[in-house]
Ligand binder design. Structure first.
Ligand code: AMP
Length: 398
């Protein structure tokens, strides 16, 4: 599917000025410290490859939402410092991403040296896909690398418009890896394939569920979404979160699964509380037994046993969304149970989406999941079958 896209290995980068568009939109705490540097670490193979080939490496990214003007709160300076530590070498930092001073700094780079430019979104032109801004960025380099998978669903200047002003535009190793795993899980998967989809709202995940139904052999719906499916069939769910306007779609989905021969699973028991709070009393009951005034806030132990049963014969696992309100300790067992069950399975597993990524880290099983996507929105768009517009910017080979 993506075979014709040029990658870093298809071009001669030796001694060239190579611009790498990364996604260093990392979470920061109130003091500006980096809370999770996964997105930085994942770009190290691309950078080291270029260092080894004596390229002059220009890194650029956005961070947060500075609204088109400089805002020190969103400076990429802490990222430059973290990169220095991870690379074990100096990383220069430019106070802007375009302009004379940046040009001078870039032109004085020696082979193998690295510079990180200041936040691209300090200029309005980035999000507006302004050609002048894209042209100014392009003028800094000979070769352009897109390695910002997490931003591939945004038609911004450095991601999309850039292709008009510099060629070739190639994929970095992070982007290539994301697409490779996506292909393995959804385009040419080893079967049977199972998808676990959790989260709060059917309305926000319906596109994903519909797309996956056509591609998987089994699907398990957890999180609050399960209650819309149960209630739509006429059963009581106490005070659990439901979306009445989604009842028809829920029934259609169950029918569609039947038609396609996809095994459709819902949780068989729930951990319930009287409020979404750490203090609420809890009970664990079968799905038919949720009392009035109680809401299901996690899947129960029988559901985790069911999940292990589902996993017994599968070869490929896709996971997005928590099984319960995992942010509260009392309701995290289901999500962690799923994470551990996936970790124990020898099947190829890919997982992604902000909450899912966080839950996997908290469950301590990052190394046991085959691939954790670095892109929240971009990953969800791929699961939904949407084309990522920025892939259009990549130069195609023969
Ligand atoms: P989403 O962004 O759609 O993936 O939803 C994630 C959110 O769903 C998390 O913040 C969870 O706390 C929430 N969630 C999961 N299960 C439930 C549930 N049973 N009741 C209420 N909220 C839930």
């Amino acid at each position: 599917m993506f075979n014709s896209y040029l990658t870093l290995e298809d071009v001669d980068v030796a001694n060239k000025r190579v611009f790498v568009r990364t996604d260093y939109n990392v979470p920061l705490d109130e003091f500006g410290n980096i809370v999770d540097d996964t997105r930085i670490r994942e770009t190290i193979p691309t950078i080291n490859y270029l260092i080894d080939r004596n390229s002059k490496i220009i890194l650029a990214s956005h961070l947060g939402r500075p609204k088109g003007k400089p805002d020190p709160k969103f400076s990429l300076y802490p990222v430059a410092k973290r990169l220095e530590r991870l690379l074990g070498k100096e990383v220069k930092f430019a106070p802007d991403c375009i302009g004379n001073q940046v040009e001078e700094m870039v032109n004085s780079l020696k082979p193998g040296e690295v510079i990180l430019l200041e936040n691209l979104r300090f200029h309005e032109g980035e999000e507006k896909n302004d050609p002048e801004f894209a042209k100014a960025l392009a003028s800094l380099a000979d070769i352009y690398v897109i390695d910002a998978f997490g931003t591939c669903h945004r038609k911004h200047a450095s991601m999309y418009g850039i292709k008009e002003f510099i060629q070739p535009v190639v994929m970095g190793f992070l982007l290539e890896r994301e697409l490779k795993y996506f292909e393995k899980a959804l385009v040419n998967p080893q079967r049977p394939v199972v998808a676990f989809i959790g989260g709060a709202k059917v309305s926000s995940k319906l596109g994903i569920i519909k797309h996956l139904l056509e591609r998987v052999d089994k699907i398990f719906i957890g999180g609050a979404m399960a209650f819309t499916f149960i209630k739509a069939q006429g059963y009581d769910v106490g005070s659990s979160l439901i979306e009445e306007e989604m009842f028809e779609e829920a029934i259609n989905t169950i029918e569609k699964a039947k038609e396609l021969g996809v095994k459709f699973y819902l949780p068989v028991d729930f951990v319930c509380g009287q409020a979404i709070s750490e203090q609420t009393p809890v009970i664990e009951v079968a799905w038919q037994e949720i009392p009035k005034g109680w809401m299901g806030l996690d899947i129960g132990h029988a559901s985790i046993t069911l999940i292990k049963e589902i996993l017994k014969d599968v070869q490929t696992i896709i996971w997005n969304g928590p099984m319960g309100v995992f942010e509260i300790d009392k309701f995290k067992t289901g999500t962690f149970g799923l994470a551990h069950a996936i970790a124990e399975s020898p099947a190829l597993s890919i997982a992604g989406g902000g909450d899912t990524d966080y839950a996997i880290h908290k469950a301590g099983v990052i190394d046991e999941i085959s691939y954790i996507s670095t892109g929240g929105g971009a990953f969800l768009q791929l699961l939904e079958g949407k084309v990522l517009p920025c892939l259009d910017a990549i130069t195609r080979g023969e």
